[in-house]
Ligand binder design. Structure first.
Ligand SMILES: [Zn+2]
Length: 126
């Protein structure tokens, strides 16, 4: 299992016991390494490190990927979200647990499991 490094620019500067590594006489506080991390799509060991990254690079990232410069609207045409009813138990039709729900009209349409799992599948107009 390969270890990933926390992407927090100041991770190594937090002096916790688990970050102190190395042999006696040459110990240093080091960036955390983990097989998996919970924050920021698995890139950060803590919300603190995620915030540090955003404070340092957030403006650049937003400018790079496109700053929102006008109001966005949620309309019937783009209000579809995928939903899964964990409590619904129709054993004759187990796939009916998957559906798209329109957040404005409340209309529901059933989905197949593969449509549900396909991150590019949507009823929303682009
Ligand atoms: Zn960190």
């Amino acid at each position: 299992m390969s270890l990933k490094y926390c992407q927090g620019p100041k991770c190594h500067s937090y002096t916790t016991k688990d970050r102190l590594k190395g042999t006696k006489g040459s110990k240093t506080y080091q960036t955390r390494r983990r097989s998996s991390m919970y924050y920021g799509n698995g890139n950060f060991c803590s919300l603190h490190c995620q915030d540090d990254w955003f404070n340092k690079y957030g403006d650049q990232a937003i400018d790079h990927y496109g700053r929102v410069k006008e109001v966005k609207h949620l309309t019937e045409e783009n209000a579809w979200v995928k939903d899964y009813d964990y409590n619904y138990r129709d054993h004759n039709n187990p796939k009916s647990n998957y559906r798209s729900v329109n957040k404005i009209t409340k209309e529901e349409r059933s989905l197949t499991e593969s449509q549900y799992d396909d991150s590019t599948y949507t009823l929303n107009e682009r």
